[in-house]
Structure formats: C-alpha cells, structure tokens
Ligand binder design. Sequence first.
Ligand SMILES: O=C(O)CCC(=O)C(=O)O
Ligand SMILES: [Fe+2]
Length: 261
Amino acid sequence: MTMALSDFIDFSSCPVWDPAFTRQCAAGLESDGVLTLPGFLQDDAIDMLVAEAEARKQDAYFTASSHNVYLSEPRPDLDAEHIYNRQITSSKGCITTDQVPEQSGLKVIYSAPEFRQFIATIVGRPTLYEYADPLSSINVHYADEGQELGWHFDNSEFAITLLLQAPHSGGQFQYVRDLRDATAGEMNFTGVAAVLDGEATVEKLAVTPGTLLLFRGRNSMHRVTPTIGEKTRILVVLAYNTKPGIALSEAARMTFFGRLG
Ligand SMILES: O=C(O)CCC(=O)C(=O)O
Ligand SMILES: [Fe+2]
C-alpha cells in the first residue's frame, strides 16, 4: 500500500498547502530565528516511525568526536587555548538515507512536492534539492544515555528536524540566535567564548515528539544536552540544498557516517 503525505502530517494543525499558514510560518521564523510546529506528525505516524527507527538502530554508526564550534580544522597559527581551537565533544549514532526503508514516511515527507515547496517558501528560496550523495538527505540520529551534541554552527543554511522520541530527561535543544555572521566572515570569538563558559543567556526549547523544527543553524550556535535515562532520544534531520547536484563533502561524510556511500 502506498502511503501519502496525509497519512503522516496532521493537516488540521499544519496545513502545509495553505499559503496563509505558510506565510505565518515564514513570519515566525523571521521573528524568532526558529520555527517550531508541535503536532506536525500524527500520533500513529510517530509510533510507526519510532518502530522503524528502532529496527534500524543496530545499523547506526556511533561516534564520539571532538570538534570546534565552527566544525573546522584547528588553526595552528592560533594558540591551542584560543576559542577557535577549543575542542568540544559530541557523541551520537546515526543512520543514513540509504538505510531508511523506501516506503518510510520519512521518504514520503522528504520527497513530497507540497512539503518541499512549503519549506522553500519559508526559507525564501524558489526550489530545494536533495543531496547528490546517497547518505545525507535524511538522517536518523540516536542519542543514548550520556550522549550529546556539543555547541556548533551548522555548515548548511538551515535544517529541519523531527523529534520522534524524547528521552526521560535531558536531550534539550539550546541555541543562541545570530551569534556570528558567516557570510561576512565574522566569527565573534568573544560571544562564542561567553556561551562556552556559561556566561551568556541561551534559549531553551521544550520540544515534544512529532514537532517539526526549522532553524537557521549557520549563524545561530546550538547544542543538544546529554540524554538522561535509558530512553534513547531519536530525531530525524531532513536536509536540502538550494542548488542541484551538491554532495556533502567527503570529510564530513567520513566524520558523520564513517563511509562515503
Ligand atoms: O538533534 C538536534 O536537535 C539538532 C541536530 C543538529 O544540530 C545537527 O544535526 O546539526
Ligand atoms: Fe546543528
């Protein structure tokens, strides 16, 4: 049986085909730097997607890595203590697009023209494209007890996440809006240091399963706090490009997935 978008998305709270709703979402992203749509997924769709994700967890690539907040190589011309070179740890597991079942609701949602146009309009782009490599478009992230995602800026302009399962405690998404200006090459070392040293105010989001979150992570530094308790945090990242034919860099694929294809 082929499933449709209406089998997964709750159109009564999120009518993605409605121009007025889409405009309201775009205005929300503009004013808050992040758009949260609680109840985006139907309850039975969440159950189905959690079961699917749990079945594939054994194939996930788990890593603990150390990185700076810019997700770039250390600069030898700066001290090891410099904020640019400050190392942060992240640990989580993930499965890739090719490991998501073909009939999965995640692929239905990701590929649906209505959904893609909804997101494109919100982020102010005419069209969006999938990644050219077979790994990077849809990822399911697993964070077991103690695993976390450290402070970082994304390489991509924006990201879409769907929380499938929240841990008993922890696993909280935190961010500081517009902390740097990547286009202008402004890194804001002082502002970044204040956040890492716990001296800045950070926004904290309480996200429930089934929520869609859209945020501009290139300039807004963010993290996910460690999972507390034995229930795994399960989260989907839907990634699009603003140009066709773009693959995630080989270095990034090796870091995140442990393979190229
Ligand atoms: O797990 C999350 O909520 C955020 C994921 C994230 O920031 C990333 O994959 O870059
Ligand atoms: Fe991120």
